[in-house]
Design a protein around this ligand. Structure first.
Ligand SMILES: Nc1ncnc2c1ncn2[C@@H]1O[C@H](COP(=O)(O)OP(=O)(O)O)[C@@H](O)[C@H]1O
Ligand SMILES: [Mg+2]
Length: 338
C-alpha cells in the first residue's frame, strides 16, 4: 500500500497533506471514517433502486441520486471510503458541465455534495467503454484478456506484441452488457444481432462516446493527467441521446500522471494512478479477483484511496476540497429525511 501514497519518491503521511499542512484534522478524518454514507432509505422520495454505489429514488420523470461512499471493484462491494461520494459527485458534475456542448446530460440540480436530481432516462442497455491504453487487472479489462491470449476484443483486432500500459494507436470502443449480473464484452455486431440496439443507435452512441473521450483526454492533459479509459452510460429521452449516471469519475475511469508515464512504461513499472487501480492491485496481491470473500480494507488503504480521489477532484476541478462540518451521512439524512 505504501506506493499508493508515494509521490515524487517522497512518502507522504496517509492523511492528505497539502503545502505541508494536513488537509483535515485527525479528529475530522476519524469522524468521517466512522461516519461514511453506506446505505440510504428515503422511500418517500420515490421508488428505490440500489446500485453498487448510488441509491436512486424515482418519482415520475425525476430521479434523485444519492452517491454513497460505497466502493465497488471486481463487480463487488468492498466497503466504504471517506468522502468518496462527495468527491465522485463533484467530479461527475464537473465533467457534465465540461461536455455539455457535445451531448446533453441528465443533471437537473445539485442538491448536496452527495445528492443530485436528474432526468429519468430510458437506458441504452450497453456500457460504452472507451480505451486509449491496454491495462487492467479485472476479468473484463483489456490487458487481462490480451495476456490470456485474446486478440479480438469487442470486435477490435489487437496486434501481437503489446505490453501492459502501452498506448493504443487510437482509442477503441469495447461495449459491454449493462443488464447482466456480470459485465460481458461484446462487439457492435453482437449488440445489434442480440437486439440490444439498432445499428443507427449504436453508431450515434459510439460517435458521442469518442467525442466525449477526446474532450476528456484534452482537458485531462491540461491538468497533467492521462485519461486512460472510461465507461459511459447513455440514455434516451425520446430520440435524444442523454449522458447519464456518471462521467470520467475515478470509479468509471482510469487516470495516470502524464509526466511519469514514459519512464515508468519503459521500466515496466506500475503507472502512478489517481483512481482505484492501486486498490484493485492491493486486492489482487491478497489473492482477490472478485471470487470468494474480499479482504477487509484497512483504514490505511481507505485513507490512501480517499486521498487519491480527493487529489483527482482538486486537480480536475481546480478547486480546493472542502469537508463540511457534518459527515456525509449526517448531511444527507438532514436533507432527505421525511
Ligand atoms: N438519468 C438516469 N436515468 C435512468 N437511470 C439512471 C440515470 N442515471 C443513472 N441511472 C442508473 O442508476 C444506477 C446508479 O447506480 P450505480 O451504483 O451506478 O449502479 P451500478 O451498480 O449499476 O453501477 C445505475 O443503474 C444507472 O444506470
Ligand atoms: Mg454505475
Amino acid at each position: 500500500m505504501d506506493r499508493m501514497i508515494e509521490k515524487d519518491g517522497v512518502m507522504e503521511s496517509p492523511l492528505l497533506i497539502k503545502g505541508g499542512t494536513p488537509l483535515l484534522s485527525d479528529a475530522r478524518l476519524v469522524r468521517e471514517l466512522l461516519g461514511t454514507l453506506e446505505r440510504t432509505d428515503f422511500g418517500h422520495l420515490g421508488v428505490r433502486h440500489e446500485g453498487k454505489v448510488r441509491d436512486s429514488y424515482v418519482d415520475g420523470d425525476v430521479r434523485t441520486i444519492v452517491t454513497t461512499d460505497r466502493l465497488s471493484a471486481f463487480d463487488r462491494l468492498l466497503g466504504t471510503i471517506p468522502f468518496k461520494g462527495q468527491v465522485l459527485n463533484e467530479i461527475a458534475n464537473y465533467w457534465f458541465d465540461a461536455t455539455s456542448d457535445i451531448v446533453s446530460n441528465h443533471l437537473l440540480e445539485v442538491s448536496d455534495a452527495n445528492v443530485v436530481r436528474v432526468r429519468e432516462c430510458a437506458p441504452v442497455p450497453l456500457e460504452f467503454v472507451v480505451r486509449a491504453y491496454i491495462t487492467g487487472v479485472t476479468k473484463t479489462s483489456l490487458w487481462f484478456n490480451y495476456e490470456a491470449g485474446a486478440r479480438n476484443i469487442g470486435g477490435n483486432l489487437m496486434p501481437d506484441g503489446l505490453r501492459k500500459n502501452q498506448r493504443l494507436e487510437a482509442p477503441i470502443l469495447t461495449p459491454s452488457t449493462k443488464f447482466e449480473v456480470h459485465d460481458r464484452n461484446l462487439s457492435r455486431d453482437d449488440a445489434i444481432t442480440e437486439g440490444l440496439v439498432t445499428a443507427d443507435l449504436f453508431d450515434r452512441c459510439a460517435d458521442v462516446c469518442f467525442r466525449l473521450f477526446a474532450r476528456g483526454t484534452e482537458v485531462s492533459a491540461r491538468r497533467g493527467l492521462i485519461l486512460v479509459d472510461t465507461k459511459y452510460e447513455l440514455g434516451l429521452l425520446g430520440d435524444e441521446i442523454v449522458l447519464m449516471d456518471e462521467v470520467h469519475t475515478p470509479d468509471s475511469s482510469r487516470y495516470w500522471y502524464a509526466d511519469s508515464y514514459d519512464e515508468l512504461f519503459r521500466k515496466n513499472q506500475d503507472q502512478r494512478a489517481l483512481d482505484k487501480e492501486p486498490l484493485r492491485e492491493w486486492m489482487v496481491e491478497r489473492g482477490f479477483r472478485g471470487d470468494g470473500a474480499p479482504p477487509l480494507m484497512t483504514d490505511e488503504v481507505r485513507i490512501a484511496t480517499a486521498t487519491r480521489y480527493i487529489l483527482l477532484a482538486e486537480t480536475l476541478t481546480q478547486r480546493s476540497f472542502e469537508a463540511a462540518e457534518l459527515t456525509a451521512a449526517e448531511r444527507v439524512a438532514n436533507l432527505l429525511r421525511d
